[in-house]
Design a protein around this ligand. Structure first.
Ligand code: FAD
Length: 306
């Protein structure tokens, strides 16, 4: 039986004379209950996990949904584990849990590098991986590592379960492949990607509490000393996270060198379409792509098993 209530004043949504309309608050304990609630109420229902994105949105929204569904108590959304498919993150895993996980440190260290750059301690304690991906801003910090490691997402809804590459899940700025009656259940890095050389760098205007001007990630394999299956993912340089496929092609099959990595950085910059805004010019962002790509490739190489 889902927990429920009205007017969740505990969220602090009614301060400063807000005229926010009331909504129903439901807190299901299982995925099945959550799907049933969404099926009955979509599209007039929204999910809430850690609330670090959604409560900010709700506070300033002119319209509120009929039902807010708090998924933070759903046990299927919790935990980081090794399965026969790979490293599984429940969608409700927090950034702090990622940072503190021995499994992540051993198999996908760059995930911890990315988690560490997200907001401040309080944001990381509440904010979840699933919420980060579903909000789907171009600067999403956990996206590039997961794409460089070929992660897949599991989605469930009234029509059943779907599994898709994270790259396809990101449809546009703040738009994912989720239907209104669907939930993100988990994210899996396939087992053949675990332990490969991988590195993440984020460039912001400050070292902490800053959105990415550019974030970069590379993962590589080595085959008889040559680069193999290189994956480069770039964030904040296009409507969604992109792979720099021309740069990857340039690298595959070649012996690694600083000059080659610099060339790949130049190539990656030609594949991005960064914007000019009050944080940085497009030209500065292109420079960051060149530098960041070169650095993550060099670090991924250092970490690649030989
Ligand atoms: C001060 C501050 C600093 C921040 N800094 C960064 C930063 O540096 N980098 C960065 O990437 N982000 C940053 N964020 C954004 C935010 O913290 C992250 O995106 C966070 O991971 C969101 O997770 P959440 O659990 O709080 O999501 P919520 O706010 O609960 O939800 C976010 C969205 O996801 C949906 N949702 C949640 N769970 C599910 C699910 N299981 N299935 C389907 N939909 C779901 C919600 O409906 C909502 O649309 C910052 C936020 C704040 C407030």
């Amino acid at each position: 039986m889902p927990r429920f209530g009205m007017f969740p004043a505990a969220f602090g949504l009614f301060d400063r004379g807000s005229t926010l309309k009331p909504f129903e608050y439901l807190a299901p304990d299982t995925v099945d209950e959550a799907v049933a609630i969404l099926t009955d109420n979509a599209p007039d229902a929204r999910l809430l996990a850690g609330g670090t994105d959604y409560l900010v949105e709700l506070k300033h929204a002119s319209e509120v949904p009929k039902v807010v569904v708090d998924v933070s108590g759903i046990s299927e959304f919790k935990g980081i584990e090794l399965t026969d498919k790979g490293l599984r993150f429940g969608s409700g895993v927090t950034h702090t849990e990622i940072m503190e996980s021995d499994l992540v440190a051993e198999h996908a260290l760059a995930m911890q590098e990315a988690a560490l750059t997200i907001g401040a301690v309080q944001t990381r304690n509440l904010g979840t991986l699933g919420g980060n991906l579903v909000t789907c801003v171009p600067s999403v910090d956990s996206g590039p590592v997961l794409i460089a490691l070929d992660a897949a997402v599991t989605i469930t809804g009234s029509k059943g379960i779907r599994i898709m590459p994270l790259l396809d899940f990101f449809v546009g700025p703040r738009k994912t492949a989720l239907e209104p009656d669907e939930l993100l259940v988990d994210i899996v890095i396939p087992k053949e990607m675990l332990g490969r050389g991988c590195s993440f760098r984020k460039f912001g205007l400050r070292k902490g509490q800053a959105l990415a001007l550019v974030n970069t990630c590379a993962s590589i394999d080595l085959d008889a000393g040559k680069l193999a299956d290189v994956r480069i993912a770039l964030g904040a340089v296009a409507p969604t996270v992109i792979r720099a496929v021309k740069a990857e092609k340039l690298l595959n099959g070649k012996a690694p060198s600083d000059d080659l990595f610099a060339e790949a950085g130049d190539m990656a910059a030609t594949e991005a379409k960064p914007i000019n805004d009050f944080r940085a010019s497009a030209g500065y962002r292109l420079d960051l792509i060149r530098t960041g790509t070169k650095r993550v490739l060099a670090e991924a190489l250092e970490r690649a098993p030989r």
